[in-house]
Design a binder for this molecule. Structure first.
Ligand code: F6P
Length: 337
């Protein structure tokens, strides 16, 4: 029989923290079904018209669905052993009473700018332990990503999927309707170490630094270039969709820092985007960096802080790092000359 999400989480509930994680993931899953229904129906219950917009803590456009997803996941967190809720849609973390042992960081609806185009969007989440003894529970969000006890993302696409890691491989669950719920679809993702597919928004080429430009140009040069083989390019522009493709068949994704105003550290937010994705990728045998350093060892600056992000097939992530290191070396010798 196919394992249900509840039984999978039950098998892992070997400690009080993992029991709390299990309960929380089940509440988040129920919330994801609600958000999925709103997306599928094209209607946001009791909200303004779908075209209305305002802006969130990061100054990005906020749609009624962003607000609806945030409300729905906040309600789920309130029913869970979660004490601290840090969301892309909220300027500051919200304290949910003084019980709970977990901090939840969440991007309630990632890629929502794509919602009218009917491409896959998602919810990305990260669960961190509260820092026992810390005077301010908000310090939970200052921990590096390797302190995460679970992370994952829901994909609202042709299928409703949950990609999850509790630190023991990365699994995918599929929602089979109310009577069955989420069941295991892919037991352990294994990202091939090598790839011939990259993923980047190349409309930013003129803003890239030389290392990124050289890496992409060499890949584009194909068989005739220094890489000696032909690469393909795929970019959904929706982080959950790009990540799932890489989990399924390998690839390398880059969102580097670039020279646009405000983009020195790229676009993606560390606590609720790059850290949870990095945890899933590493648990599937891939690697994830800020271009040089392992993502999960970096201490976040603040709840909405950004980080450059390179992840995917291990050997290709190393190749990207070599190009970026060569760029730094060139810059250092140019300034010394
Ligand atoms: O952070 C939101 C997001 O839509 C991600 O899902 C996606 O990877 C990225 O932004 C796309 O950014 P851009 O439109 O700059 O390529």
């Amino acid at each position: 029989m196919t394992a249900s999400l509840a039984s999978y989480l039950d098998d892992f509930a070997s400690s009080p923290v993992l029991r709390d994680v299990g309960q929380t993931v089940l509440h988040l899953s129920a919330a994801a079904v609600t958000v999925h229904r709103a997306i599928a129906s094209g209607r946001v219950p009791e909200r303004r018209s779908v075209g209305d917009t305002s802006s969130n803590a990061s100054g990005e456009t906020q749609k009624p669905l962003d607000v609806f997803a945030d409300d729905t996941f906040l309600a789920a967190a309130s029913m869970s052993p979660v004490r601290l809720y840090g969301s892309e849609e909220q300027e500051e973390p919200i304290e949910l009473g003084d019980e709970g042992h977990l901090a939840l960081a969440i991007d309630p609806l990632d890629g929502s700018s794509n919602i009218e185009t009917n491409i896959a969007v998602g919810t990305i989440f990260s669960l961190l332990p509260l820092d026992v003894g810390a005077t301010d529970p908000r310090s939970a969000f200052e921990q590096p990503g390797d302190r995460q006890v679970a992370a994952g993302f829901f994909i609202y696409g042709a299928q409703l999927l949950l990609v999850l890691t509790v630190g023991s491989g990365t699994m995918t669950f599929i929602w089979r309707g109310d009577s069955v719920g989420f069941v295991l679809m892919r037991e352990a993702h294994a990202i091939p170490p090598e790839t011939r597919e990259y993923s980047i928004n190349s409309s930013n080429r003129r803003h890239w630094t030389p290392g990124t430009r050289r890496y992409i140009e060499d890949a584009e040069a194909g068989e005739e270039g220094p890489r000696t083989w032909n690469f393909g390019m795929r970019y959904a522009g929706s982080l959950v969709a790009d990540t799932f493709r890489i989990l399924q068949r390998g690839g390398v994704f880059l969102y580097p820092g670039d020279r646009r105003k405000g983009y020195a550290s790229g676009r993606l937010r560390q606590i609720y985007e790059t850290n949870p994705i990095a945890f899933c990728i590493e648990q599937a045998g891939g690697s994830a960096t800020d271009g040089h350093r392992r993502m999960l060892e970096l201490s976040p600056a603040d709840l909405h802080g950004r980080s450059p992000f390179v992840f995917g097939s291990k050997k290709e992530v190393e190749v990207v790092a070599a190009y970026l290191t060569a760029e730094e070396r060139d810059a250092a010798s140019a300034s010394a000359a």
